[in-house]
Every structure is written in structure tokens, then in C-alpha cells.
Design a protein around this ligand. Structure first.
Ligand code: SF4
Ligand code: FES
Length: 374
């Protein structure tokens, strides 16, 4: 058994409240209510524990972290304890005053999500009219404030044909980096898989567009892009391996090895009220469960890649097979590979409409951010 090293990064999910309704949302099907969110003092303690544990970067995320009125206070505390603070935001309602407050507090980097380069399509995917214009305004503010900007683009069947335009958009916005992420199919995205899964032809054209852009834009824009699991032969090392590099704290204070881990049944994830981050990282049974290679079944157990991809994604294995301890079907060696290949065949059929979350509980959307979706 290899020694357990400290995590490098923590995702601080400050809230599940969000003005958008992306059909591939990776938050749980059951969202935490505002009243269940950790308060400022608890988050500050958690940030301190993270720094003491060895975490270097904190990603303030959600939902939409800007709905937390104490965000600047938390950013300031993160900087004080020596954490590099990154904001992952939709950019909706980010104004110059709010951004200046965050910069003054020590924010170091912003990741801004875009749903498409086409404004009408982007607004439809986000489920909020006006959202894409608001994001463009937010990007301009971030660059004017002198912060490095990463554009995040989740790609799928309904925007992948415009990946070239998304790359141009990132350049036009002055981004240093573009993270192109294919949808991962668990949680809400699994419900919308037939509407989201791209075809092989779309994927090949998009991959060619990325390769050409990487050459043309070398030194100007870094493009992160990996083939999606549904078309790959081997899986990615999800999260760099379970409990190896990363931890996630949910709005209500559960500590997870990845943002989707609550979709797994049978694991007891501790909260920050029950134990320190250090105790959870080094000793909780949930973090131990899929750490290293001892848990692995065949074919992973005797595979030469077992310490490269760590058997792939536990959440995807669970979503597809009902058993998180199976080899990820994204691996061509998996005995469950057919589950994924069958879904791929469906991608050649006509796509159904998106199923959106219904934000029926008012506490899941921030009142000052809401306009009626189409
Ligand atoms: Fe990775 Fe397991 Fe596939 Fe080997 S068999 S490549 S370890 S997922
Ligand atoms: Fe949970 Fe991959 S998202 S292990």
C-alpha cells in the first residue's frame, strides 16, 4: 500500500443556489437548502484546516458562490492562511464593485463558465435568458481587474459543432486558458444523456479543431481537452485517483473525494462538524474505500495501468453498473463495456429535449439573481 499524501486542492462548494439550470449539472439531484449551508465561521475553520493539511489551492464553487454575501470574507481568510484562491463562477451579477471587493480580499484567479459561443443557444442551455451577455460583461471586468481568466466550456452534442467558435470566444475575451470538458454522465447529466452525448463524427471534427487551434494559438491560449470517456479506450484517472489529490466540501459540510461521490450508496461521508479535515482525509472509511489498488477487481488488479488511471471513475462505474467497485466501463477491458457502447449507439438517434431542474424551492435560487427562464 502506497503512503497517503496530503491533498493538493479543495473544492469549497459554498452553496447549491444557482441562477442557471444547465442540463448537465453535476450537483446532486437533491440540492442542499440555503438554511443547511455552513456558516462563515465554520468555513473559515475548514479553510484553516485545509491549509494545515497541506492543501495549496481552494476553488470557491457552487452552485453559484457569488450568492454568498460572505464570499469576500472567505476569500480573505483563504489568502490569510496561505491558500491560492480561485473563483469558479457563472459570472451572473458579477459587477465591478463586487469584483474589486474580491480582488482586494486576495482572489487570485477566475474561472468563468460559458454554455456556448452562440448567445441564443447558450441562453437555452443555461436555462436563463440574458446569461451569455452577462458572462461576456463579467469576463471583461475580470480582465480589466488584471486577474488571470480561464474560460470553462462544458461540451456536448448541442454545442460541440461550435467548439471552434468557443475557442475564438475565449481568445476574444482575453482568457489565458480554455478548459473544454466533455459532460460526465452521472447526476442530472445522466437524465439528459440522450440529449447530450455527441456522435463520433462530431467528436472527430471537434478534436481536429482543438489540434489546429493549439498550433495556431501557441503562447496565446492554453487549451485543456481530453477525449470523452464514452469514446475512449482507457479511462482517465478521475480526480487523480480516489483520495489521492483532492477533496470536496459540500454546502452542508460533507467531505467527499469528488464532487459526485454523494451519488454512491453505501458510503458514509463524514461532515466537518464530526471530524477535522485531517482526520477525514487520513482515517475515514469513505476515503479509504477506493484508495490505492487493494479494492480493485480484475481486470484492474493485474493491469499495468492500475497506478496510472486507478481504475477510472467510481461514480461512473456506479452510475452505469450499480456497483462502484467495478472497473469503469470507460475502459475497453471492462466486462461492462457494453453498457457504454449501447449508449453511444443512441447518440446517432435524434436528440430529445433537455430535462431541466425545476427550482421549485425558492431557497435553491438566489432571489436577486433570478429572471424567468424561457
Ligand atoms: Fe485502467 Fe483497470 Fe482498464 Fe487497466 S483494466 S486500463 S487499470 S481501468
Ligand atoms: Fe467521483 Fe470520478 S466523479 S470518482
Amino acid at each position: 500500500m502506497t503512503a497517503v499524501e496530503p491533498p493538493l486542492a479543495m473544492l469549497a462548494e459554498l452553496t447549491h443556489r444557482c441562477p442557471l439550470r444547465c442540463p448537465y449539472c453535476s450537483n446532486p439531484l437533491e440540492l442542499s437548502r440555503a438554511s443547511a449551508e455552513l456558516d462563515s465561521e465554520t468555513w473559515k475553520r475548514v479553510l484553516g484546516e485545509a491549509a494545515a493539511l497541506g492543501v495549496l489551492q481552494v476553488h470557491f464553487s457552487g452552485g453559484e458562490p457569488l450568492v454568498r454575501r460572505d464570499l469576500a470574507d472567505l476569500v480573505r481568510h483563504a489568502a490569510k492562511v496561505g491558500l491560492y484562491g480561485n473563483l469558479i463562477t457563472s459570472g451572473i451579477n458579477l459587477d465591478a464593485g463586487r469584483l474589486a471587493e474580491l480582488v482586494e480580499a486576495g482572489l487570485e484567479h477566475v474561472q468563468l463558465s460559458f454554455q456556448d459561443a452562440d448567445i441564443v443557444s447558450g441562453d437555452r442551455i443555461a436555462g436563463l435568458p440574458g446569461s451569455q451577455e452577462a458572462k461576456r460583461r463579467a469576463a471583461r471586468l475580470v480582465r480589466e481587474a488584471g486577474l488571470p481568466l480561464t474560460v470553462n466550456a462544458v461540451v456536448h452534442r448541442q454545442n460541440l459543432d461550435r467548439l471552434g467558435e468557443i475557442i475564438e470566444l475565449a481568445v476574444a475575451l482575453g482568457a489565458d486558458r480554455l478548459e473544454v470538458a466533455h459532460v460526465q454522465y452521472y447526476g442530472w447529466a445522466l437524465r439528459n444523456r440522450a440529449a447530450l452525448l455527441p456522435s463520433r463524427e462530431q467528436l472527430d471534427a471537434a478534436t481536429a479543431a482543438v489540434e489546429a487551434a493549439r498550433t495556431r494559438l501557441a503562447g496565446l491560449l492554453v487549451i485543456d481537452y481530453v477525449l470523452p470517456d464514452y469514446y475512449a479506450h482507457r479511462p482517465k484517472a478521475c480526480m487523480g485517483g480516489w483520495g489521492r489529490r483532492f477533496l470536496n466540501v459540500t454546502p452542508a459540510g460533507k467531505v467527499l473525494p469528488c464532487h459526485a461521490a454523494e451519488t454512491l450508496t453505501g458510503l458514509d461521508f463524514p461532515t466537518v462538524a464530526e471530524a477535522s479535515l485531517s482526520e477525514i482525509w487520513y482515517r475515514s472509511s469513505a476515503f479509504e474505500r477506493f484508495r490505492g489498488t487493494d479494492w480493485m477487481p480484475e481486470p484492474c488488479r493485474s493491469c499495468e495501468r492500475r497506478e496510472i488511471d486507478w481504475g477510472g471513475c467510481r461514480c461512473q462505474a456506479f452510475a452505469l453498473t450499480g456497483d462502484a467497485a467495478r472497473t469503469d466501463p470507460a475502459c475497453a477491458l471492462s466486462p461492462d463495456r457494453e453498457l457504454l457502447v449501447g449508449a453511444r449507439a443512441d447518440a446517432n438517434e435524434s436528440a430529445p429535449d433537455f430535462v431541466y431542474r425545476q427550482h421549485s424551492a425558492a431557497s435553491h435560487r438566489s432571489p436577486d439573481l433570478v429572471s424567468s427562464p424561457a
